[in-house]
Write a protein of this length. Structure first.
Length: 379
């Protein structure tokens, strides 16, 4: 066991960890062609204890498609002990960043994949960080409209219009160890405030929104006895369910509440551990794969004293939580409303609504006119 521990610790030294798609958000997704260009905004995060103090990392977006690829502008970040002028990322806290890139559109990009590639070094030594796929495809509905507008036989251009678009809004409530009461500081947090604002938006515009249901999932961290954690998770389920019910009542909204609890969140534990740089991380992951019994797992992990102290500070507090998820739909215009808007002021229709309007008539001349107007509004 000691030999295994030594090997795993050596292999984790002198390198940076892998990043995953969960560390990045691409807007819009899928990407969209606008005026012959594909603009993308990438919001990324380096996790806590990722950016070693002597590390320099360049992140470069690459859009790949059949027959080629387009390389975007890279952005470089540095650790706290690097004497340079790049954006500095804290080792202890991690850090967020935003990258904006624009790719010149080619038709093959409709079937494409956006990757982030990494060039990294620790001091003078180059290290490998695997690339990450973060988005798929480019929507080019205006391009399709141009084809339909200028061909002699009108072939229906694909429309991306959806009458109802499924949406979710999630909030997290964190609990103190062995407690199930919801603290005022959690209610004032950004995620809960955005959750409440979504409820207010749904109430204010019941024509444009349709509330499906709300899920409440409560958890206890995998430390302590199963009996205690089961009772604790149940209490957290009840307190978070009560809070959501009161919030619905304040907004005069009714919907189904689906609630559940997880006594010991081993899945969440493993996900956070894999994304962390906790000491003895690889050994602890090996324990999870070797033992399925919760009490045996905890016993073996506690034996790794240095690693467990870090878990108690970095990982376990994140698992003492309730997750609140609103499921709702954004409701678009009806067929009649789209046709009426087309007659009065087509500029107020989106490109997707314009292309959809062409499917509401069987008159090929009228279809061609709609496609032509689409190219004028969305060149």
């Amino acid at each position: 066991t000691l030999a295994l521990a030594g090997t795993l610790m050596l292999t984790s030294c002198g390198k940076l960890g892998e990043l995953t798609a969960d560390n990045f958000t691409v807007t819009p997704s899928p990407m969209e062609m606008v005026g012959g260009q594909v603009p993308v905004t990438i919001n990324g995060r380096f996790p806590e204890k990722y950016m070693k103090k002597k590390a320099v990392v360049t992140v470069t977006p690459v859009l790949r498609y059949q027959g080629g690829e387009t390389v975007g502008q890279g952005t470089t970040f540095q650790g706290e002990k690097v004497m340079d002028n790049y954006q500095e990322i804290s080792y202890r806290l991690g850090g967020n960043y935003t990258m904006r890139n624009t790719f010149s559109y080619v038709e093959a990009m409709q079937k494409s994949e956006l990757y982030l590639t990494f060039k990294a070094r620790l001091g003078k030594k180059e290290v490998n960080v695997p690339e990450v796929k973060v988005a798929n495809g480019v929507v080019a509905t205006a391009d399709l409209a141009k084809k339909a507008a200028w061909t002699s036989t009108t072939e229906m251009a694909a429309d991306a219009y959806q009458y109802a678009i499924q949406q979710t809004k999630e909030a997290q409530i964190k609990y103190l160890i062995n407690q199930a009461n919801i603290r005022t500081s959690e209610i004032k947090g950004t995620s809960v405030q955005e959750f409440l604002q979504t409820l207010r938006d749904i109430k204010a515009d019941q024509k444009g929104y349709m509330l499906d249901n709300i899920e409440v999932s409560a958890y206890a961290s995998p430390d302590g006895s199963m009996k205690v954690n089961t009772a604790l998770a149940q209490k957290r389920e009840q307190s978070s369910k009560k809070y959501v019910g009161e919030s619905l009542k304040k907004n005069n909204l009714e919907t189904e509440l689906d609630t559940r609890y997880t006594a010991e969140d081993w899945d969440g534990f493993q996900q956070l551990l894999q994304a962390s740089n906790v000491q003895d991380k690889d050994i602890i992951l090996r324990v999870l794969s070797m033992y399925q019994d919760p009490e045996e797992r905890e016993k073996q992990i506690r034996n790794i004293s240095a690693g467990y102290d870090e878990l108690a500070k970095e990982i376990l507090p994140e698992l003492r939580r309730a997750r609140l998820t609103i499921h709702y739909n954004l409701i678009g215009r009806s067929d009649d409303e789209i046709q009426e808007q087309l007659k009065t002021d087509a500029s107020k229709l989106s490109v997707e609504e314009m292309l959809y309007a062409a499917t509401l008539t069987e008159d090929t001349k009228e279809q061609k006119d709609i496609y032509f107007r689409t190219t004028q509004l969305y060149p």
